[in-house]
Design a protein around this ligand. Structure first.
Ligand code: FMN
Length: 462
């Protein structure tokens, strides 16, 4: 029995496709449609019609100014610049859907855990349990300075802080309130029974928190946890915290290696290796027939904005690509930005050597993920083959033209996958976690969020 394929749509609150810089120039709508709530409610309705598991909203704090030491290329291309906050979009889209999940990116480096925990809990209530958190540690120096720091904190220290941020959130979400703390029935003595609510305490190297959580438990308590950083430290973090991992790797060998490393790290952390759902970054251009799809991809490639792609890749890697010649090879160097971004074009798959030109051609359409173009049968075959060869569970699909790329997927690809019996025709009942994990309502009992003590001192109880 082939695996059921999971699909998320991958967007940011910015112009067009955030991994296809400049392609808004093709669009039939206005490039600034992303400022219009109708654009987002229309997208959500479309995705739910296509039975997508979730809309995964990336986010970045700071501007892409590594390339050429200025944000010019990013703003000209509209490459994730300008960028708005993802959180408010959810309430626009939740109102017109009832099953679609929402993965929201938020930075453990800059957000106070108490504030963040309350914001996620609020949204989880208001969406009846459809929220996931994509935990990121942030990679832009510009973001660090804009948020009042003198420089970006060291790469591994950001993950250490993220561990602490999560441990505080777990205490607030899982330990501060008992399941039956709230009554609130007419005539009840208490709305919330004070004897069933307790303060939690955490003392860490970076973060402290002490007190009662302000919000009552939401349908999922802890939102579904995504993570998306593939460095050695990032993978260790994923093994400890992630329920779903988002991988960006440009080659089959690289993706396979990443998946193997993640599942081994999850097992080493004492959790079932297959309990983590792994999504790969992909872009799909599909149409009624192969030639039409290939012609469209060729048109996108012909008008690719390489300066915009360079602005993105330089931001992700921390390497100013304006100092390189197009035929220079990309070699791995440790930086304090995202380490897995540069690794994916160098040491992850040593069988392929990337020049700067190759990498920019690649990134210009679909970022760090492969692009599949063809008719419905071609694309379905290819996706099933990637799953069989790499052991991923599904795809976070980026778009080139928004919302057209997703409309084509819903019209052409989804029926083909359904016909093959590898994609749902109806949503399962319940919260996002229940849909993803066979009806399980709460975080798994082997997960740290379940196991953690309500009073916790980092380094002593860790
Ligand atoms: C597929 C993928 C998607 C990501 N999306 C975001 C994002 O939306 N916002 C962000 O700040 N970081 C994002 N990141 C960056 C990571 O979450 C992480 O903070 C960064 O890559 C540094 O970690 P690493 O060195 O372990 O890769 C993404 C990374 C990957 C691999």
């Amino acid at each position: 029995m082939p695996k059921e394929i999971r699909l998320n749509a991958f967007m940011m609150n910015c112009v067009g496709g955030h991994l296809a810089p400049g392609q808004w120039r093709h669009g039939h709508g206005r490039a600034s449609d992303y400022l219009d709530p109708d654009y987002w409610s229309g997208l959500a309705t479309l995705l739910e019609r296509g039975r997508f598991d979730a809309l995964f909203l990336g986010d970045v704090l700071g501007v892409y100014d590594v390339y050429g030491d200025a944000p010019a290329a990013a703003f000209s291309a509209g490459a994730q610049s300008p960028m708005n906050d993802p959180f408010p979009l959810v309430m626009v889209m939740a109102g017109v859907t009832s099953h679609l999940g929402f993965g929201i990116t938020a930075s453990s480096t800059y957000e106070a855990p108490y504030v963040l925990a309350r914001r996620f809990t609020t949204l989880d209530h208001l969406t009846r349990g459809r929220i996931a958190w994509n935990i990121v540690t942030s990679y832009l120096q510009s973001g660090a300075r804009s948020l009042g720091q003198t420089a970006l904190q060291a790469h591994d220290n950001r993950y250490d802080r993220a561990d602490e941020c999560l441990d505080i959130c777990y205490q607030l979400w899982e330990k501060s309130w008992d399941d039956d703390a709230v009554d609130g029935a007419p005539g009840a003595a208490h709305y919330a029974d004070p004897s069933r609510i307790r303060p939690v305490r955490y003392e860490g190297r970076y973060l402290n928190s002490e007190g009662v959580f302000q919000s009552e438990p939401s349908p999922q308590r802890t939102p579904v946890l995504f993570q998306a950083g593939g460095s050695a430290r990032g993978t260790a973090f994923a093994a400890r915290h992630a329920e779903c991992v988002f991988v960006g790797a440009p080659t089959l060998a690289g993706l396979k290696k990443s998946v193997t490393q993640i599942r081994a790290a999850v097992q080493a952390a004492g959790r079932a290796p297959d309990s983590v759902v792994i999504f790969a970054m992909f872009t799909v251009i599909v149409d009624a027939d192969r030639d039409t799809a290939l012609a469209r991809l060729a048109a996108y490639q012909a008008s690719a904005d390489h300066a915009g792609a360079a602005a993105l890749l330089a931001g992700w890697t921390g390497v100013d690509l304006s100092r390189y010649a197009p035929d220079d090879t990309l070699d791995y160097v440790d930086t304090d930005a995202g380490q897995s971004a540069l690794a994916s074009f160098s040491k992850l798959d040593p069988s392929k050597q990337w020049t700067v030109r190759d990498a920019l051609d690649y990134v210009a359409i679909g970022g760090r993920g492969p692009v599949i173009a063809g008719g419905p049968v071609d694309v379905a075959d290819a996706l099933q083959d990637w799953i069989a060869q790499t052991d991923i569970d599904g795809f976070n699909l980026a778009c080139v033209e928004a919302p057209r790329t997703f409309a084509d997927i819903v019209e052409f690809l989804v029926p083909e996958l359904q016909r093959r019996g590898v994609y749902k025709t109806e949503y399962a009942a319940g919260t996002f976690r229940q849909k993803l994990f066979d009806g399980r309502a709460w975080i798994a009992t082997d997960h740290r969020a379940h196991l953690i003590e309500p009073h916790f001192k980092a380094g002593v109880d860790a």
